[in-house]
Design a protein around this ligand. Structure first.
Ligand SMILES: Cc1cc2nc3c(=O)[nH]c(=O)nc-3n(C[C@H](O)[C@H](O)[C@H](O)COP(=O)(O)OP(=O)(O)OC[C@H]3O[C@@H](n4cnc5c(N)ncnc54)[C@H](O)[C@@H]3O)c2cc1C
Length: 456
């Protein structure tokens, strides 16, 4: 059995069931295993390590500081960053004439985000859990019924149809945006819930490696084709291919219903991408799938007394435009771990504090992610955005501890998300007052100059 954290070998071992062996559930299992608790991880699908292709959503993800911190805690950060992360140092913007320019994420301290493979990371987390005798994994088990207050769950085996009944000291629902654990919570009084489907969907395409197995575009960037109402982005993969994602209103997707219309659309808006993707491949991939919807979910409280808790997308699915969904879910696990430490495994205190404090930050990142879509698809091309970014970068360079720009605070720090917003609002006020001051000073200066001229 792997080394337990200091002092935990003598504690009462809690019996914890984690529902969902996605990114967040698999990581949470590791944190709990390190604390010496018995963990049973139940997953609806088969073991991702046995399925070579990505399932459903994005093939790669942007990993940033919050996610890295969690991976560091479970001993996987260095491996993930050094062996399987592709640094992305800034946004590389593609104009319609095919020319590009770079907007660095962090011109001063040169921090970057990393493109990582979703399947690889999920498999790595599961593989790591094999090192712990106190973790059991059950795949092909779908949660179909629960009595959270009693800590009891019923799973249906998808391979044999058999029903499996389970009880635990604590149930952690990490079963994604359409969480069955959350559905059970929704039947309870005082559970607030809202969901928002945006009118835009996404479709994934691919730019393959060139004949020499190399990247066809400069690798260390997140490439963006911002087109106002819609955009296309590309993140690099380990095999030198690119996962290209087109985000667009569903109505626009619907209009592209023939090969000719599709090619004409790409020739107008993304001409430089056609030779990279390949005309035939573009047509084939575009019509092979249909655009997927994007949903944001806010809810609270996250717990049922000391018996059940939801984390990750189950608690706070966000639209993907800040690249923070997984990072926020990983941060949930780090924060929970701190609370286990702080409250000495007292579940009432741990769950109540998590539930009472975390929602404000997850609501904040949800709002920030909605805003960032507008920034990525539209604002980045505007002079006003670039002026503000230059100002932020300059003041950050001058006073790095005093002025942290919004993107840096969200992506390269662990500042609570709600504080990132407040910080930005304060910065807006400072700049507004500064402009007003200079405006008034210029006005007074002008008036004085006029007066003096009058007397001369
Ligand atoms: C297009 C796109 C791009 C994204 N890009 C980024 C990015 O760059 N950076 C980032 O940080 N985030 C990104 N995200 C968000 C990220 O994918 C999610 O936040 C993250 O996957 C959430 O992990 P999770 O484990 O909470 O949920 P999930 O990944 O959804 O995992 C839930 C697991 O629970 C299982 N499950 C579901 N129901 C049951 C049941 N009834 N019984 C048992 N098991 C069940 C599922 O099979 C699944 O394995 C992106 C999302 C999308 C859609």
């Amino acid at each position: 059995m792997a080394q337990l954290q200091n002092g935990y070998s003598n504690k009462k071992q809690l019996d914890i069931v984690v529902v969902g062996a996605g990114l967040v559930g698999s990581l949470e299992a590791l944190y709990l295993a390190k604390r010496g608790h018995r963990v049973r991880l139940y997953e609806f699908r088969e073991d991702i390590r046995k399925t070579p292709t990505a399932r459903g959503r994005s093939i790669n993800l942007a990993l940033s500081v919050r996610g890295r911190r969690a991976l560091k805690d479970v001993g996987l950060e260095t491996h993930m960053i050094k062996e399987h992360g592709i640094p992305m140092t800034g946004r590389r913007i593609h104009r319609t004439d095919g020319s590009t320019y770079v907007i660095p994420y962090d011109a001063n301290t040169k921090q970057c985000i990393y493109s990582v493979g979703r399947n690889y990371l999920n498999s790595l987390l599961l593989q790591e859990s094999e090192k712990y005798d106190n973790v059991e994994r059950y795949f092909n088990h779908k949660l179909i019924e629960s009595n959270l207050k009693k800590g009891s769950l019923t799973f249906q085996r998808t391979d044999t149809n058999e029903q499996v009944h389970v009880t635990a000291d604590l149930i952690i629902g990490a079963d994604g945006a359409f969480s069955a654990v959350r559905k059970a919570m929704m039947k309870r009084p005082f559970f607030d819930f809202s969901q928002k489907y945006i009118e835009h969907g996404y479709l994934e395409l691919c730019i393959p490696a060139d004949d020499n197995g190399s990247f066809q575009m400069p690798a260390n960037y997140l490439h963006i084709w911002p087109r106002g109402e819609f955009m296309m982005i590309a993140l690099p993969n380990q095999d030198a291919s690119w996962t290209v994602t087109l985000f667009m209103p569903f109505s626009k997707f619907k209009n592209l219903d023939t090969e000719e219309k599709l090619i004409a659309f790409f020739e107008k808006y993304f001409p430089d991408s056609i030779p990279l993707i390949g005309k035939d491949k573009l047509v084939e991939d575009f019509f092979a799938g249909s655009p997927s919807p994007l949903v944001a979910i806010k809810c609270r409280p996250y717990n049922v007394e000391d018996k059940a808790l939801i984390i990750g997308d189950a608690a706070h699915a966000v639209v993907p435009f800040y690249g923070q969904g997984m990072n926020a879910g990983f941060e949930d696990c780090s924060l929970l771990d701190e609370l286990f430490q702080k409250h000495n495994d007292n579940l009432v205190e741990i769950l109540n504090e998590f539930s009472d404090t975390r929602w404000e930050d997850t609501f904040a990142i949800s709002d920030l992610a909605m805003y960032n879509y507008i920034e990525m698809r539209d604002l980045v091309t505007r002079p006003s955005y670039r002026l503000r970014k230059a100002m932020d970068d300059f003041i950050f360079w001058l006073l790095p501890n005093f002025w942290v720009p919004l993107y840096n605070s969200v992506t390269f720090s662990t500042m609570p998300y709600s504080r990132c917003i407040k910080n930005r609002e304060w910065q807006d006020q400072v700049l507004k007052k500064t402009w007003s001051f200079f405006g008034v000073a210029a006005l007074i200066g002008g008036a004085v100059a006029l007066k003096l001229k009058h007397f001369v």
